[in-house]
Design a protein around this ligand. Structure first.
Ligand code: NDP
Ligand code: HEM
Length: 480
């Protein structure tokens, strides 16, 4: 088999890829050795900035198959008929660690999905938890700073985490999940996924429904203790990557049942809790899970960098029939992700094959760095025009959304029940799970000043007195 000729990036055949060009056999080197310079220059540019959060991740391609008819709630083309299949990409991640972090860490797992639908890309950028630590996006960068390294010690800082959490009672629900057995999953395949936010569905009649997205693992929930994880990390920092990659290579395709919860539009006004508050779930008894389909991952990426590192997900990627909600966190994320991608990957990140929709893209955006596919030769390079360029269509307009209120900065901690739902979660845990929770919290509080511990214990007490008591015992503050 004849092998291809090696070339420079400009296509010039390379005669010698073993020896640089020097003045005499001992050197020095000649500046004209462009082949050496090109090689070194490319190496200097091999990395792009890592994601500011969720930097360590793994991904695979797959299919969503619709098994149940939900067209009464949404006209989205992806749900148009039972049996319909749509290609998708799912990137899992941990949140706090850098790109080289070990997988088996106690942390929330990111669950970022991109569905390549016939009407553009639909992204669900969720987590393996149905709630989040904060409910106002103004607090998100502060929260993330407590998860990253201390500016002086350059180490993770338990004091910062518990200081912030104890001063932010809305975090209690998510802390309870993070410190529970589910806070350290055995692998990505053994996690559930949640859209977490409330989104909206719009049906063919123009009716709006509020919706939550759930993906329930068919592999079963499986977790690790801190001790088991320490053993895993000592042997293998890529345990989740390896598990996902090898299972798919061996044809053991992981699957999840895709389900939704639905709330009619008007019901949001009379709901006992704010259904747009990301620190709350919708109780299953009031909003039962409705079957939709099956998600399967069945293809590993050919090139990790091109297809996973450069993949770019955004809650702003919605399609007709699926839209946003007033959730303040979601509102901020609609802005934040595309902005992050323009910085991290580049202005035209959506032209890269992994991010490019499978459907037609017709915009009037022009030029810009590394733009390689927008049409430039037509007379229709502005809008409106008389040259048959693409136009907007009112058929895609959403029904108007009723909103009211004076513009102000409303105290989101006033009159908000931060304790009932974390308490409900605590009460549904078995005695063994509760004991794990106490011990995980006590372990994570090592070295934290007593004043901060006391402030946090008061939150556990309010969720359930047995919760506070159990943590006190695990901390050795009261006899077991
Ligand atoms: P249900 O008894 O109907 O549901 C309990 C839910 O809790 C199940 O979805 C179960 O997931 C999940 N769960 C069990 N253990 C844990 C854990 N350690 N960490 C996270 N989730 C866990 O009760 P409700 O709907 O009334 O909710 C009660 C509490 O359950 C909530 O306050 C919330 O903390 C938690 N929860 C609720 C969800 C919801 O959408 N309603 C979703 C996830 C959690 P599984 O079925 O996979 O075992
Ligand atoms: C990644 C911002 C809340 C899930 C990111 C990134 C940013 C960001 C800037 C990096 C994007 C990139 O460079 O590709 C924010 C802001 C939030 C917020 C501003 C709140 C206001 C959330 C919440 C969830 C979430 C609530 C889940 C429910 C994720 C996931 C990723 C991510 C899964 C990784 C996506 C991937 O795999 O590429 N976030 N985030 N984030 N975020 Fe958030």
């Amino acid at each position: 088999m004849s092998r291809k000729q090696m070339t420079t990036t400009g296509g010039n055949p390379i005669a010698d890829n073993q020896n640089s060009k020097s003045a005499g056999p001992r050197g020095p080197l000649l500046l004209e050795d462009y082949q050496l310079i090109e090689k070194l220059a490319h190496q200097n540019r091999e990395r792009i900035p890592e994601r500011v959060v969720h930097a360590k991740g793994s991904g695979a391609f797959g299919t969503l198959t619709i098994t149940h008819d939900i067209t009464q709630y949404t006209k989205a083309d992806i749900f148009s008929e039972v049996g319909k299949q749509t290609e998708c990409l799912l990137r899992f991640s941990t949140v706090a660690g850098e790109r080289g972090a070990a997988d088996a860490e106690r942390d929330v797992r990111g669950w970022a999905l991109k569905f390549y639908t016939e009407q553009g890309n639909w992204d669900i950028v969720g987590n393996n938890t149905p709630v989040f630590f904060v409910r106002d996006p103004l607090k998100f960068p502060d929260f993330i700073h407590t998860q990253k390294r201390h500016p002086r010690t350059n180490m993770r800082c338990a004091t910062a985490m518990w200081d912030f959490w104890s001063l932010s009672p809305e975090s209690l629900h998510q802390i309870t999940i993070l410190m529970s057995d589910r806070g350290l999953p055995k692998s990505y395949r053994h996690t559930n996924g949640y859209g977490s936010h409330t989104y909206s569905f719009i049906n063919a009649k123009g009716e709006r429904f509020w919706v939550k997205f759930h993906f329930k693992t068919r592999q079963g929930i499986q977790n690790m203790s801190n001790e088991e994880a320490a053993q895993v990390i000592a042997q293998d920092r890529e345990s989740s990557q390896r598990d996902l990659y090898e299972n798919i290579e061996q044809g053991h395709f992981p699957q999840w049942d895709f389900k939704i919860q639905i709330m009619p539009e008007e019901e949001a006004e009379n709901c006992a809790f704010n259904p747009f508050d990301l620190t709350k779930v919708w109780p299953h008894a009031d909003y039962p899970l409705i079957d939709v389909g099956v998600l399967e991952l069945n293809r590993n990426p050919e090139n990790y960098f091109q297809e996973i590192e450069q993949s770019a997900f955004s809650p702003s990627n919605i399609v007709p029939g699926i839209s946003f909600s007033p959730d303040k966190m979601l509102q901020a994320r609609i802005f934040s992700y595309a902005d992050a991608h323009r910085y991290r990957v580049g202005t035209w990140y959506e032209q890269l094959p992994v991010n490019r929709p499978k459907s037609a893209v017709n915009t009037y955006h022009m030029d810009g760095s590394m733009n390689f596919s927008t049409p430039s030769s037509s007379n229709a390079y502005y809008e409106p025009n008389s040259f048959d360029g693409p136009i907007d269509s009112s058929e895609f307009a959403e029904p108007p959304l009723k909103i009211s209120g004076d513009a102000d900065r409303y105290n989101h901690r006033e009159g908000n029940d931060d304790y009932t739902q974390p308490g409900n979660l605590f009460r549904l845990m078995s005695a063994e799970q509760q004991q794990q929770l106490f011990e995980n919290i006590a372990g994570a509080m090592q070295g934290v000043p007593q004043e901060i511990i006391e402030r946090q214990l008061a939150h556990f007490d309010k969720a359930d007195p047995a919760y506070g008591e159990g943590v006190r015992q695990a901390l050795g503050m009261v006899p077991a």
